[in-house]
Ligand binder design. Structure first.
Ligand code: SAM
Length: 280
């Protein structure tokens, strides 16, 4: 089943948390000269027109990137993300929002390499057209979970994997844990970042417990909920699980999450958490 289209959700609160995390991981990797590898298992179309009919349908970006776009004096990681968004919107009007491949593309050097998987028959060609240079980015119409086995360990011996499935089928929760175990076995020094929705506390805890049960160590979780998690109103928030996070990420998250939870709050129960699922 491939009915999910990310363009309906582009630039919402969940994208902000995910892309902030991806941006900070990239900044960590480019601190060293050695090339790095990036695997995006569920890449989407790379960038999104916020004026499109689809993005305009529910205008999810209004309660996400639109609330940050005109803010000043934000914590540095947020300013870094906004630099990328502003570069795509030189006229000061918010018309485009970057997907995860574009965030990484902003940072990569000639020597780094991207491998981007997108299975949707309409979204794959859009993404492939955005990255025509095969030497820089390999765009494939493959199952991202399978790619974790096929592409790891990378020849660069350093890099990170983003797993951002739509969870439109419940099995995605199992697949992502299995892919993490498979990937970690092959590439234990790699960084793995997994996005997950918070529909309610119990569902999120069940997922976090399944990550804990892998016994993989050095796993950080960042979560941002923009409203009460127990009202039956769909996604109240989302989280990122990061295996082998940059050592600075915990401190940075403790600076940007309080600001984000204030700016993106939809009720007085907006909250964030920074927790170690398993320490090093
Ligand atoms: N990572 C993107 C970003 O941050 O901009 C958004 C990705 S979106 C949440 C999930 C994408 O995964 C959709 O475009 C969907 O078509 C694609 N997809 C679904 N199942 C897939 C699979 N097994 N392998 C690769 N792509 C898949």
């Amino acid at each position: 089943m491939l009915s999910y289209r990310h363009i309906y959700h582009a630039g919402n609160h969940a994208d902000i948390l995910k892309h902030l995390t991806v941006s900070q991981i990239c900044r960590h990797f480019i601190k060293k000269d050695a090339p790095f590898f990036y695997l995006d298992t569920h890449a989407g179309i790379g960038q999104y027109s916020l004026n499109s009919e689809q993005a305009q349908k529910n205008k999810e970006f209004h309660s996400g990137i639109a609330r940050l776009f005109t803010e000043d004096n934000l914590p540095e990681p947020l300013e870094n993300l906004l630099d990328i968004v502003r570069e795509m919107n030189p006229a000061d009007a918010l018309s485009f929002y970057p997907g995860s491949p574009k965030i990484v593309d902003y940072y990569v050097r000639q020597k780094d390499k991207l491998h981007l998987c997108e299975l949707h028959p309409n979204d794959y060609p859009t993404l492939a057209a955005l990255f025509p240079n095969k030497r820089k980015a390999n765009v494939v119409k493959d199952d991202g979970f399978t790619a974790v086995k096929a592409m790891l360990p990378p020849p660069q011996k350093r890099g990170f994997v983003l797993m951002d499935p739509p969870y439109e089928v419940k099995k995605d929760y199992q697949y992502v844990v299995q892919a993490l175990e498979d990937g970690y076995k092959r590439f234990p020094q790699g960084t793995f970042a997994i996005w997950y929705p918070v529909l309610n506390r119990q569902q999120a805890n069940t997922f976090l417990n399944s990550i804990k049960a892998t016994k993989i160590r050095n796993v950080l979780s960042l979560e941002l909920c923009i409203r009460n998690t127990e009202e039956e109103r769909g996604m109240a928030g989302s989280g990122m699980i990061i295996v082998n996070p940059p050592w600075t990420l915990e401190k940075e998250a403790n600076e940007f999450l309080p600001v984000l939870s204030k700016l993106l709050a939809e009720d007085s129960e907006a909250a964030y958490q920074v927790t170690w699922i398993t320490p090093e």
